[in-house]
Design a protein around this ligand. Structure first.
Ligand code: MN
Length: 308
């Protein structure tokens, strides 16, 4: 099964417009991946940058893949980490954490990314019920497997592909890949048949499973395939995500993933009261205010619709 799904424009901190590919009206999850924003590539005007002030998360992992830029992550565990191109930041929210993400100060001579640029993908991974109340944690992964195949450089961001496994700590069967070709390429990528997948082109154009894709269109690929054909006629870049269809009914509200409206209301009250989520120090951006989840009971039946 193939479905073409348009990403929607959305706005995040600092007034930055991004393309949101997940969730969407057709698909709420792909495996346990439950959120996918594509930001950039862009050049900030002088004095501007990514400005996402302190905000909380529960029940998920935030998974940031940086292609261009330099962004400093600060969290309530005391971590302060500049992410630079080619790296993943993986924050496991568990029962509660808060963090901020701001374009970093100009580098002091070190060979880091350019904070005036941004090209990034931020994903969320829903934690399974058995893991969603675990203690929060954060890791930066600077070394990820890179395989050359069919003219593509395949970076294994999460899970396994082409015989290599990412060190990123995940809690359900899933995969995340960045595929980059500097010139025409063709790759028949072996995949796990029990996984569903989705592809999103980040730059250029590519053919995936026979569908021509450009940035802004998510291609959903159902289970039951042993391989996916990926090709391009010129330089291109895409990500492929996948996993075992996530059978738990999740609610996604603001920055929270949970199971019931009551959990959302509690998390909202706790954050707005300055409890439970600790504090983030050093961000130049003001904290975000959690919106009122009053409408959530009405939305819950649709929001809880299973993904497959
Ligand atoms: Mn966040």
């Amino acid at each position: 099964m193939l479905e073409r799904i348009d990403a929607r424009a959305n706005t995040i901190g600092g007034g930055l417009t991004i393309r949101r590919a997940l969730p969407n009206t057709r698909r709420r999850t792909v495996g346990a991946w439950c959120f996918l924003d594509h930001a950039g590539p862009l050049q900030f005007p002088p004095g501007e940058g990514l400005r996402v002030g302190p905000h909380p998360h529960i029940g998920l992992q935030t998974f940031t893949w940086l292609i261009e830029g330099a962004v400093v992550h600060r969290d309530s565990l005391g971590n302060e980490q500049v992410i630079t191109p080619g790296q993943v930041n993986l924050m496991t929210a568990g029962n509660g954490i808060s963090h901020s993400e701001d374009s970093a100060a100009p580098p002091d001579g070190r060979p880091t990314g350019n904070p005036q640029r941004l090209h990034a993908v931020q994903l969320w991974i829903a934690l399974p019920d058995s893991q969603r109340h675990r203690a929060p944690s954060f890791r930066n992964y600077a070394q990820l497997p890179l395989i050359e195949s069919g003219g593509f450089s395949v970076r294994v961001l999460a899970g396994s592909a082409l015989g290599h496994t990412s060190p990123a700590e995940i809690f359900s069967p899933l995969v995340g890949l960045d595929l980059t070709a500097p010139a025409p390429g063709h790759l028949t990528l072996p995949v796990t048949a029990s996984y569903e997948h989705a592809a999103l082109v980040l730059a250029g154009e590519a053919d995936v499973a026979g569908e021509k894709l450009a940035p802004g269109t998510l291609l959903y690929i159902g289970t039951g395939r042993d391989s996916i054909d990926i090709s391009c006629r010129a330089a291109a870049r895409l990500i492929l995500i996948g996993g075992t269809p996530f059978r738990e009914d999740i609610l996604l509200w603001w920055n929270f993933v949970a199971r019931t409206p009551e959990e959302m209301e509690q998390a909202t009250r706790d954050w707005n009261a300055g409890q439970r989520f600790g504090s983030v120090h050093g961000s130049p951006s003001p904290p975000l205010v959690a919106p009122d989840p009053a409408g959530l009971h009405l939305r819950a039946p649709q929001a809880q619709r299973p993904s497959a």
